[in-house]
Design a protein around this ligand. Structure first.
Ligand SMILES: [Zn+2]
Length: 135
């Protein structure tokens, strides 16, 4: 499943464990579906250092931010069709996209703050994951 992070061009990351610099692109970015202690379904986007395999968490989503992301995609697709037809993007449409992006950013930020340092569970392996964000 593509999301906003995956479609961005590759970036250079520095490992928090061994200080190794490595390229982060669609090939190394993983997403994992986890559950919080109170049962909230959480999707984390992460990548591993190729040298020491330390895991870095960079993005978090729950059902609500996924809905916002979907809303944004639908809106952008609609805006793209309209701009093709009319040859311009209306201010109303670009404002709306901006607003959804802003909400998405804020909600992800709040989720990160909520789950920073907490434990999540892999519902399949039941393995416990301690979350520390690298952003
Ligand atoms: Zn490393």
């Amino acid at each position: 499943m593509a999301n906003e992070t995956l479609t961005q061009p590759s970036i250079l990351a520095c490992c928090e464990g061994c200080q190794n610099h490595f390229e982060v692109n669609g090939k190394v970015i993983l997403s994992c579906n986890l559950k919080s202690e109170d049962g909230e379904a959480i999707t984390l986007v992460c990548y591993d250092c190729p040298k020491c395999s330390r895991r870095h968490y960079v993005q978090i989503d729950n059902e609500h931010t996924k809905k916002l992301l979907h809303e944004l995609k639908v809106h952008l697709a609609r805006a793209a069709r309209a701009s093709k037809r009319d040859n311009f993007v209306s201010k109303k449409q670009s404002d709306k996209a901006k607003k959804i992006r802003e909400r998405l950013k804020n909600e992800r930020f709040a989720l990160m703050a909520k789950y920073q340092g907490s434990k999540l569970y892999d519902p399949i392996t039941l393995k416990e994951v301690e979350v520390r964000f690298s952003v």
